[in-house]
Structure formats: C-alpha cells, structure tokens
Design a protein around this ligand. Sequence first.
Ligand SMILES: [Cu+2]
Length: 98
Amino acid sequence: MTAKTGATAATPSTNPNAETHVVTIENMKYNPATITVKKGDQVTFNNKDIVEHNATEVNKAWASPMLQPGQSWTFTPEKTSDYYCTIHLVMKGKIIVK
Ligand SMILES: [Cu+2]
C-alpha cells in the first residue's frame, strides 16, 4: 500500500524540505539526548518538565531562552553542537548536523 506522504507542515520554515525534530525535556533530561539532523532542519525543544530549563551550546554559540513548563523553542542548528542546561549542569545533549 502507499506510504504516508501527507504534508505535515507543523512549523513555519524558510526551507520547504526542512524537517523539525523534537527534543522533549522531561524528568531533568533531554529526550532524545542525541539527535542527528540534516543541515537546514529545525530542532524544537519542548519543556514538559515541571521546572524551567534551557538549552545552551557549550561555547554559547547559541542558547534558548529560559523555557517555562509547557514552553517550547525552535531553532535551526548550523553545526554539530553539544549543549547543556545552565541551571542543571547534569543535563546534557548533542545535536549532530550532517
Ligand atoms: Cu534544566
């Protein structure tokens, strides 16, 4: 049978071929902690935890605003990045841009 090919344009984007990858923040963790995206793809951080978090590149190349519970933030990573939460240093993640 036919594969599902319906458009799922959930997020505005300047690149019509860009995909949006979601990192859920929950239980003091980024899930998935490591994601691989294509150049031009977007990454959305979705804070489903009960406390505020952020995602900050280890060299501060980029940083999300502080995300309150229920808030999300979307950006387009330009290169492979390790990131962490500046208020919970044990929270670490990685975005691999191919
Ligand atoms: Cu945090």
